[in-house]
Design a protein around this ligand. Structure first.
Ligand code: SF4
Ligand code: SF4
Length: 217
């Protein structure tokens, strides 16, 4: 296992090193999506916007159904308090902060844009305070802490190039085989699945290889 490194940061730096960038993509990852955010994200965004957590929650987020179900099952009554107060909302946010349970996005709109996406400039208007999920995209470490998921949509050059480099490097390892076959086939045919789960240990091996063999960083 690698020493404590921020895999997201390393992978994004690797993309920069190889010259990948998002400029032709028009920020497609900010469109048509449900973005899950947690308390820390909400704190940062509301601070930047100069509004309270409660105002942020009311204006920009909806609670995920999974949380509502869980709250019902565990008998938590926190959602049934009649009067919404800032204190109550902070309590709710703290209660659920271990899970990312809010949807961030325009409500009841089919083609949904993130509310912080500027459609004219294709930019994030809260870039420095954007949620973790956006910072990490197109990668996601799953809750088991062993699986690394790469999100692949057709226009995402970042994931495309990562997967190509990853397949090339990992295919050269004698002891690893089948994991790359499917990815390789999809990259060739341009028929993608949304998510490619990859063992975290392989991503770490790939990074080590880039650092030692290709002298990246
Ligand atoms: S991360 Fe991928 S999908 Fe998002 S803007 Fe960059 S290239 Fe596009
Ligand atoms: S917060 Fe910014 S980066 Fe994240 S989805 Fe919204 S516009 Fe995109």
């Amino acid at each position: 296992m690698m020493a404590q490194v921020d895999l997201y940061e390393v992978l994004h730096n690797l993309s920069k090193h190889y010259g990948d960038n998002c400029s032709n993509c028009k920020e497609v990852c900010c469109v048509n999506k449900i973005l899950k955010v947690n308390l820390e994200d909400i704190q940062k965004m509301s601070k930047l916007l100069g509004i309270t957590l409660w105002e942020f929650r009311k204006k920009y987020t909806t609670l995920l159904n999974t949380f509502l179900k869980e709250a019902a099952q565990t008998g938590k009554k926190i959602l049934s308090v009649e009067k919404e107060t800032e204190e109550k909302n902070i309590r709710i946010l703290k209660f659920i902060s271990t899970e990312a349970v809010f949807n961030l996005g325009e409500k009841k709109v089919k083609a949904s844009y993130c509310p912080f996406y500027a459609r004219d400039t294709h930019r994030c208007t809260i870039h420095d305070s954007r949620p973790k999920a956006c910072r990490h995209y197109p990668y996601r470490l799953m809750p088991d802490d062993e699986t690394f998921e790469v999100r692949k949509v057709s226009t995402c050059i970042i994931s495309d190039n990562f997967l190509r480099r990853f397949v090339k490097v990992i295919s050269s390892f004698k002891d690893v085989k089948t994991i790359t076959d499917k990815i390789e086939k999809d990259l060739k045919s341009k028929q993608y699945f949304d998510h490619y789960p990859i063992p975290k240990s392989l991503v770490e091996r790939y990074i080590k290889y880039e650092i030692s063999e290709n002298k990246v960083f």
